[in-house]
Design a protein around this ligand. Sequence first.
Ligand code: AMP
Length: 216
Amino acid sequence: MRLIFLGPPGVGKGTQAQKLSAQLRIPKISTGDILREAVSKKTALGLDARSFMESGKLVPDEVVIGIIRERMIEADCRKGFILDGFPRTEPQARALALMLNRDRPGLDRVLNFELSETELVRRLSGRRSCPNCQAVYHVELNPSRNPDRCDRCDGKLIQRSDDHPETIRKRLEVYQAQTLPLIRFYEGQGVLTRIDGSGSPDGVYQRVMSAVGKLP
Ligand code: AMP
């Protein structure tokens, strides 16, 4: 199954992608995670990407398209994948279509997660994550047992450098300008399903399951 999870930052698509990836046993591919790892390891990619990420801007298309092109040829993608945070611009979506349409009709479904801006800001500003295992928490909505430590691996939780108020505003603006048009793009292809992203992660997951379960 080939899926894209689309939606603004903070909508919870990463959390949902992680759950579905475990259930369907297909990889979750997050360009944000790949880039953050490159930044923390100070690779050439990380050094290039860092300033874009810290200011809430998008990393250039050719860089992220290159990341996805390399990742998709790995063996674990043969059974399918969930793309989380890619594509984010029309050129990325067109490049992806070219990569996928080579063998068979490209995508099974694009799930577009929706949530009010007030709630997005609330979720982003309280988000804490584990740099070690990528688990995600929220100080009020989904706290870890020990406030500073990951429940899964005991790693020290951090607030992402782009989850601060100024950068959050910038990321939401960038989303409106560059990623929102993708909803039309995929709607035009008849593959888009809208998912209400409000409420508990389990409640949202039920909606995800019923959207994915309807696939042939
Ligand atoms: P995310 O974890 O998906 O919110 O991504 C964090 C940051 O990584 C974004 O604000 C961008 O700077 C960068 N990034 C992740 N995915 C992409 C993408 N598909 N295109 C451009 N930049 C990206």
